[in-house]
Design a protein around this ligand. Sequence first.
Ligand SMILES: [Zn+2]
Length: 188
Amino acid sequence: MSHKDLTCPMCERGTLTPVTYSETFQHHGAELHVSGLEGYECECCGADPIFDDQIRRNHARILDARRRADGLLTGEEIRALRDRLGLTQKEASELFGGGANAFSKYERGQVVQSAAMDRLLRLVGRYPQLMADLKDTEQLQGLIPVNSDSEYVDGNRVWIAGISRGTTVRGDLATVVEIDQWKRAHAA
Ligand SMILES: [Zn+2]
């Protein structure tokens, strides 16, 4: 049933009018009051159907209220933070982890981010330069650290994190050298 057809599906006589309502939920032992929830009401028979898109928006609203109560960022706040960092949803998911569609789900209010993810987001939101470190970590994942925590072996190459932008291969935060060259440099 589309929104244009606002004849009541129950009595087929009345017309549906959009309404908003409030509901109180139990959340971690406290009462959580959520207002602005959407539905329809039939003036004739009193039926109160809720359409799919309203259910989705209501769900997101309830999730945001829970996030606020728990001191977590809301979907809109996550979107604003990601925009400020200049990341797409996909890039943010890759950089911060959480799964392929994590940010789409957080922002649409489908899934609540973990407290750990929330803290990470706040931290990087406050200190955007930390993004460079995260990118380093992402690039160096799966490589074996050697000698110090900024040098990694991958096959016959050594990655040196955060030294120069000279001979960049993977992203622009790691310098890569041949292992022979690296051994010569460390022979002395
Ligand atoms: Zn009706």
